[in-house]
Structures are given as structure tokens and as C-alpha cells.
Design a protein around this ligand. Structure first.
Ligand code: HOZ
Length: 435
């Protein structure tokens, strides 16, 4: 069934009901559609490349649960792994053999990760990695890049992208000055600024954390030599390089952006794809660094649902499929992404709408800008967000479900094919003609 926005009364009713007991009607702010106007789609179920609302209206899904659904929704092998695991108990709070297999699998796919901890969300993974870096180096300062988002721990909510950028707020209320005073922010893709940060705080910087390909200010790739430069500066100054691969991990390559670009971080933060669509994330890296974690060392981190057996089963099934399908799967994503990008760029030219498509593999963003590239938050922030709102509404009305923010990357799944491509480009042509 094609989407028809004239009949979204059901979503309007659900939003009214949701607003009574849930702030903004949503459990994560970007989902509220405040940046683009309109009413969020209340999803009833999802399968393959589609999400469906309660009356069965279908949408080609480019949110993919904000990244995890690389294999598409409800992959039968993943669903079976989840149901089999659930039937054997949903939480033990005790070690399991499958956690070991999970750690062995991640370590095999990401050779920089000699030891890891499984946690329940990317936020938890990033804040724990920062604590480990501080505990290991005995230094306090963490450097982040403007527009990169590392979850909602206090120290990272400084010039963060994602939902904060979407709502036009650089920082969050409720973060005490003390919590953020040891966070230094530099522009992404700017090695000179990072070098200056190191020089102005000699032997005080514990770690540099960044997204190797940013997804949280829209899709912003690293310039040639940038990640190598960050690696070299960290090594030179005795700081750890933490790669936040929550979005890129096992999406841009089986071994993440670090495999794609050939960079070895000291610590890696993982989530989304490596959690198989369940609440599972991980952080890990060098054995000497990870050995500071309790009970081996003095850095504390714990969690009742860490390494949850159902989540780990979903993750293992997902990673097994990715390993089995290997290069062919990533080549398919690249091929779809390439056709989508070329198609959208052609339509932008045809319609004379100022915009550029930035894409790395299966992550992309159409920036409404007259700049020729978006390399940093300074470039991203001047995008025409009013036009983005019209684009989003137009596409949604034609059954295309895009992230409701200029500052969230869109994600392609392995289940997106020619049918979805044609439908997306038809909708884009009609929409861009009208804005
Ligand atoms: N802010 C996350 C994505 N960048 C998650 C968004 C959501 O789940 O609503």
C-alpha cells in the first residue's frame, strides 16, 4: 500500500496520547519530528527495507533504527536466534559461554580490540571508554570534535551533534560546569586545531574521541590524512585515540571504519550493528589499557543487563550473517548507495535546488547548502533546515522514511533494492520540483 498522508489521523491520535505521559511523546528527542514539523510515524512493525504503521501503510526505511538494521528488519535468522535465546531465559546477570564467543568474534573482526566489555548502549560504551582512558593515562582532559555525538553522558554534551544540533541547542541544560570543564572541543577535519589543543594542555589530554565518519551532523567523511594525523598526534602526546564506531562499526566494513581506512585506535566504541538490533553495545581495545577495569584494575564499570543473553544471541546471528555474506554484502550496499547518490545528484541539477549528497558506503545525507562540501560543523550548520523540513515532509508523504533532521545520517540496508531505489528517486523528483 502506498503511503497517503491525508490519512494519518491514527498517528495524530497516538501523538496526543503519547504527549500525556512521555516528554515530547517520544523516548528520544529526534523522533518527535520537531525539526521538520509534522507528526512522527508510530511504527507497528518492520520487515526488510520497510516500516509499517498501524493501518499497514508502508514506508521505505532510511532510518534503520538509527543504524543497527544493516541486514534489514526482522531477518529470519536473527529473529530465530532471539526467540530461541529468550525461551532459555531472558537475563541471568551471570557469565555465559555466548558472551565469550561474542568477545572472540569482535576481537577477530576488529584486531585493535584485544579485550572488550559488553554494555547496553552506545552512551554507556562511550562514557566507559573515556573513564578507562582517564584511568589508564591518569590525565583528565578529553578532546572531542564539534558536531560529533558520543551519547548523552555529561562530559560529551558539549557542542554535540545529533539531537542537540537538531534542536538548535549547542549544549544541554543540567550538565554541571565541572563535568564539562575537562572536555576540549576542536573542529572536525582540522589537524592544526588538534595540534594546538595538545600544545595548550601538555600532558593533560587523556584521549581524543571522534566518529571516523561523522553521522551525527549528517554524513561527514574524514579528509584524506585526517585520521592518520589524529593517530600520530595522539601517539606523539601520549594520549589514547578512541574511535567511536557506534554508527560505522560493521557498517562501512565488517571491521568498521578502522578497517576501511587502515587506522588502529587504542580504544573503540561500538553499538548499533554489532548489537544485532538489540540493546547491546561494547567498548574495547588494547589489552594493557582494558586491564585497568575492575576486577583487574581500579576503573569501575558494571551493569545488570551487560552481555544480556538475548541481545548477545541477536548480535552473534547478525555478525555470522555478515561474515558469511562478506564482501558481496558490502559491495551490494555500495552499489545501491552509488545509484541513489547519482540519482539524487541528477535530480538536484534538474531542479536547480542547491544541495549536495555526501555518502560513505551505506551512510548518506542530502545537505541543502550551496557549499561544495560539508567538512565540519561550521559547514553543516549553515544548511537550509527550512528546506530540509519541506524535503522531509514531501518524501514522507510519498512513503519514504528519512531521518527527521538535517543532522542525522540516513542508512541503507542490504534489503534495499531496485524497487526501493525507483520509488525513492520518483518521490525525490516530485518533492524537489516543489521546494
Ligand atoms: N541520537 C541517536 C542517533 N544519532 C538516536 C536517535 C533515536 O534513537 O531517536
Amino acid at each position: 500500500m502506498d503511503a497517503n498522508q491525508s490519512d494519518r489521523k491514527g498517528d495524530v491520535n497516538l501523538l496526543e496520547r503519547a504527549l500525556v505521559h512521555i516528554p515530547g511523546g517520544v523516548n528520544s528527542p529526534v523522533r518527535a519530528f520537531r525539526a521538520v514539523g509534522g507528526v512522527p510515524v508510530f511504527v507497528d512493525r518492520a520487515e526488510g527495507a520497510y516500516v509499517y504503521d498501524r493501518v499497514g501503510r508502508d514506508y521505505v526505511d532510511y532510518i534503520g533504527s538509527w543504524g543497527p538494521m544493516l541486514l534489514g528488519h526482522a531477518h529470519p535468522e536473527v529473529v530465530k536466534a532471539i526467540t530461541d535465546a529468550a525461551a532459555r531465559g531472558t537475563s541471568f546477570g551471570a557469565p555465559t559461554e555466548r558472551e565469550i564467543t561474542y568477545a572472540e568474534t569482535i576481537s577477530r573482526l576488529y584486531p585493535s580490540i584485544e579485550m572488550l566489555r559488553a554494555v547496553s548502549s552506545g552512551t554507556e560504551a562511550a562514557m566507559s571508554a573515556a573513564r578507562v582512558a582517564r584511568g589508564f593515562t591518569k590525565r583528565d582532559v578529553v578532546v572531542k570534535a564539534e558536531g560529533c555525538y558520543h551519547g548523552h553522558a555529561d562530559m560529551f554534551l558539549v557542542k554535540a551533534g545529533s539531537g542537540l544540533a537538531t534542536l538548535g541547542a549547542p549544549d544541554s541544560l543540567g550538565v554541571p560546569k565541572g563535568a564539562a570543564q575537562d572536555t576540549t572541543v576542536v573542529p572536525f577535519n582540522d589537524l592544526a586545531a588538534l595540534q594546538a589543543a595538545f600544545e595548550s594542555a601538555p600532558e593533560r589530554i587523556a584521549a581524543v574521541i571522534l566518529e571516523p565518519v561523522v553521522g551525527n551532523m549528517g554524513c561527514v567523511p574524514p579528509e584524506a590524512g585526517y585520521l592518520e594525523g589524529v593517530r600520530a598526534l595522539c601517539t606523539q602526546h601520549g594520549a589514547l585515540f578512541i574511535m567511536d564506531e557506534v554508527m560505522t562499526g560493521s557498517r562501512l566494513a565488517l571491521g568498521g571504519a578502522q578497517a576501511k581506512y587502515g587506522i588502529k585506535p587504542d580504544l573503540t566504541v561500538l553499538g548499533k550493528v554489532i548489537g544485532g538490533g538489540m540493546p547491546l553495545a561494547a567498548y574495547g581495545g588494547r589489552r594493557d589499557v582494558m586491564s585497568v577495569i575492575a576486577p583487574l584494575g581500579g576503573v569501575y564499570q558494571a551493569g545488570t543487563l551487560s552481555g544480556n543473553p538475548v541481545a548477545v544471541a541477536a548480535a552473534l546471528a547478525t555478525l555470522a550473517i555478515l561474515e558469511r555474506e562478506g564482501e558481496a554484502l558490502y559491495a551490494g550496499l555500495e552499489a545501491f548507495g552509488g545509484k541513489l547518490q547519482t540519482g539524487l545528484e541528477g535530480i538536484l541539477r534538474e531542479t536547480s535546488v542547491p544541495g549536495i549528497v555526501q555518502r560513505v558506503g551505506s551512510m548518506f545525507t542530502l545537505f541543502f547548502t550551496d557549499r561544495t562540501a560539508v567538512k565540519s560543523w561550521d559547514d553543516a550548520k549553515v544548511s537550509d533546515t527550512v528546506r530540509f523540513g519541506k524535503w522531509h515532509a514531501g518524501m514522507l508523504s510519498k512513503g519514504i522514511y528519512l531521518p527527521p533532521s538535517q543532522y542525522e545520517a540516513a542508512f541503507i540496508s542490504a534489503r534495499h533494492g531496485e524497487r526501493e531505489l525507483d520509488r525513492t528517486l520518483d518521490a525525490a523528483r516530485q518533492t524537489l520540483r516543489g521546494i
